[in-house]
Design a protein around this ligand. Structure first.
Ligand SMILES: C[S@@+](CC[C@H](N)C(=O)[O-])C[C@H]1O[C@@H](n2cnc3c(N)ncnc32)[C@H](O)[C@@H]1O
Length: 284
């Protein structure tokens, strides 16, 4: 089983760049620290939609929040709404809510969801997994989706939410940024267009009953645009150290910040947006 004990978190487990904490054992490109938790909390509320398995959650099922994130905002928020269900949050980095603030129907474990979800076969009624786009290679995605299939009970549901990072109505600064970001993803062995591959990958593993929703996500313009930009733009700002490996002018944090500040202004004029994919499927 790949439950990592607290003792596994030793000096080599994290590294620090410009005061931000990163996980040295994961491919994941964004920081894992309290600053990231603040971004994830706002992002959680940009995306809060009721899980489609509401009747089952009301009744009481076992749920996994796979890669629950620093602060585990979905796990704790949804666990409070469904006291009859039990929730496990798993992440490769710590930053789980402390026992006295976590709802009593939650537990948390360290684990690598691309290798082994720390649960027996056929255990869960629902698996939720959101925003792993910056974390897994193509092989790791397949292994992760097979693991989700393994731990679900027959009849259990999965819900996956991912950004599609192709930007619509991009201005010149965002266009350059996204070209560089896609190169950065490629260099890091990541799958930048995973959102549009999820259905096919899940089908090959044996999932059925697909419901896919595609939503526009306006950036710094239109309804909710500012909060949306703080969520996605916050992750772009957190990619500075990844991109500076190739685009060395961005090694200077001030230059990178100024570039992103100018992207932020450009978004208003161009009315740029991305799309969000939600894929919902069932284990037969
Ligand atoms: C963008 S955050 C999303 C967190 C949460 N799902 C949410 O929506 O708020 C991605 C999370 O994936 C975790 N992660 C990355 N690679 C992982 C892996 N191989 N196994 C488990 N967690 C991983 C990171 O530590 C991070 O907390």
């Amino acid at each position: 089983m790949t439950i990592l004990s607290k003792e596994a978190i030793n000096d080599g487990y994290y590294y620090f760049v410009n005061g931000r904490r990163f996980n040295a054992r994961a491919r994941y490109i964004l920081p894992s620290d309290e600053g990231e938790s603040v971004r994830l909390l706002e992002q959680h509320f940009c995306f809060k939609i009721l899980p489609p398995v509401k009747p089952q959650l009301d009744e009481g099922i076992q749920v996994l929040d796979s890669a629950c994130g620093y602060g585990a905002h979905w796990t704790t928020d949804i666990a409070k709404e469904y006291p009859n269900s039990r929730f496990l949050g798993v992440d490769i980095s710590d930053g789980f809510p402390v026992e006295d603030i976590a709802p009593s129907n939650t537990t948390f474990a360290l684990g690598n969801i691309a290798i082994k979800i720390p649960l027996p076969d056929n255990t869960l009624g629902f698996v939720f997994q959101r925003f792993l786009i910056g974390a897994l290679s193509s092989e790791e995605w397949n292994s992760n989706l097979k693991e989700i299939h393994r731990v679900l009970k027959p009849g259990g549901f999965v819900e996956l939410l991912e950004y599609n990072l192709e930007v619509y109505n991009a201005g010149p600064l965002l266009e350059t940024f996204t070209e560089r970001m896609f190169q950065g993803f490629k260099n890091a062995g990541l799958v930048a267009d995973i959102s549009i591959q999820l259905n096919d990958r899940l089908k090959k593993i044996g999932f059925v009953g697909f419901v896919t929703t595609v939503q526009d996500f306006p950036l710094n313009n239109s309804h909710n645009g500012e909060a949306n930009w703080r969520s996605l733009g916050g992750s772009f700002r957190g990619m500075g150290s990844l991109l500076a490996k190739v685009y060395t002018e961005w090694e200077d944090r001030g230059i990178y910040k100024e570039y992103m500040d100018n992207v932020e202004k450009e978004l208003i004029e161009y009315k740029s947006y991305v799309k969000i994919y939600t894929v919902y499927a069932q284990k037969p």
